[in-house]
Write a protein that binds this ligand. Structure first.
Ligand code: KG4
Length: 339
């Protein structure tokens, strides 16, 4: 018997709903909130208001595009956290109301786990590109940079994580000081294509184990700009491409140095990448290079599954459904929660 799951994601600034049937995606609708661009970052109060406006049309559209009747939904999976509390409350409250109205089970999903599980979404019935367990997953987003050992969908061990800024934050904060807008990651990626990755060198952290740190890089980047702008006020506009390429290359080097160490120590050469920063072209190229050079079997997510989306929530919900791992209606969302 097939299982149909409606997924809802509202942890930050994307309102998303998706329908999957037996891991095959039938729809994945994402409403991104442009309102934050003018502020250079996500404004929590505006995010929750926009979720309120978007949630009903987005869910209706996901069901319509899936070509199903809502009575065919077997369970509703929603993001419980981590994320912005006001944003999570919208998705959580909607999910509880909708599941109650339909008389179906409710499944809470950890947002970080869902990013990893994005690799198990099938875009059609013949899509068999999923990683096999155990595998390592580099989870890199605006809020996280982690190396995770995935033993099964419910057994994930964090081997290392950032002790300060996340990789996405490093992209976004450095982009902000160059006046490139928000989110800065995609802009840096684009500008870096025309730049020299060896033009400038920045501090790389020296931290034991598999943990990351990006705050020193950010400071090193700021000091370079401060010193060079004193000599030439047009430094940023004249060297924008080289700055972006060098910064991006340093972030990718930091990420891959630790990941290589984790692969070597664990002996696991099945390696995936997930989260918003996995859309970065240099990150993806580094994975391809490591596959060719070290024999890694690499898994790069489709671009539509790199940033926040409900298909990854729905597929995680699918596995929990098979285990009958349901939650109660009094479950609160969590702004902070570990994997
Ligand atoms: O996973 P995500 O959508 O949100 C969470 O943090 O949960 O990740 C957003 C992050 C932002 O920091 C954004 O700048 C970064 O992903 N990002 C990129 C690229 N596309 C998105 N960073 C570098 N290169 C990209 N192409």
């Amino acid at each position: 018997m097939s299982v149909t799951i409606l997924g809802i994601e509202s942890s930050c600034d994307d309102t998303s709903a998706a329908v999957i049937r037996d891991r095959v995606m039938l729809s994945n609708v994402i409403a991104s909130q442009a309102v934050h661009e003018a502020f250079g970052g996500v404004v929590p109060e505006l995010a929750s208001r926009a979720h309120q406006q978007n949630i009903i049309p987005v869910v209706s559209e996901a069901i319509r595009r899936a070509g199903i009747d809502k009575k065919e939904i077997d369970a509703l999976a929603f993001t419980r956290g981590p994320g912005l509390m006001g944003s999570l409350l919208v998705g959580t409250s909607f999910a509880k109301g909708f599941a109650t109205a339909l008389g179906i089970p409710l499944i809470d999903v950890n947002h970080l786990q869902a990013h990893v599980m994005a690799h198990f979404i099938k875009v059609d019935a013949d899509d068999n590109a999923q990683p096999s367990c155990p595998f390592l997953c580099l989870l890199v987003s605006g809020g996280n940079s982690q190396i995770i050992k995935v033993k099964s969908y419910k057994e994930m061990e964090v081997l290392g994580q950032t002790i300060d800024d996340a990789a996405g934050e490093a992209f976004d904060k450095c982009a902000k000081v160059m006046g490139l807008g928000y989110p800065g990651g995609p802009v840096i990626d684009r500008l870096a294509k025309e730049g020299d990755p060896k033009a400038f060198s920045f501090n790389k952290p020296h931290i034991a184990g598999y943990d990351y740190s990006f705050s020193g890089l950010k400071t090193s980047f700021l000091y370079l700009l401060r010193d060079e702008l004193k000599k030439n006020p047009d430094f940023i506009s004249e060297r924008k491409n080289d700055l972006c390429a060098s910064l991006q290359a340093t972030i990718v080097e930091i990420l891959m140095d630790k990941l290589r160490k984790a692969v070597k120590d664990t002996g696991i050469r099945e390696v995936a990448v997930a989260g918003g920063v996995s859309a970065n072209s240099a990150v993806r190229q580094a994975f391809e290079d490591h596959a060719a050079r070290y024999g890694w079997r690499v898994h790069l997510p489709r671009f539509s599954f790199t940033t926040d989306n409900a298909a990854m929530v729905a597929v995680t919900g699918y596995y929990k459904y098979l285990d009958k791992d349901f939650c109660s209606l009094d479950l609160p969302p969590f702004a902070r929660v570990e994997l």
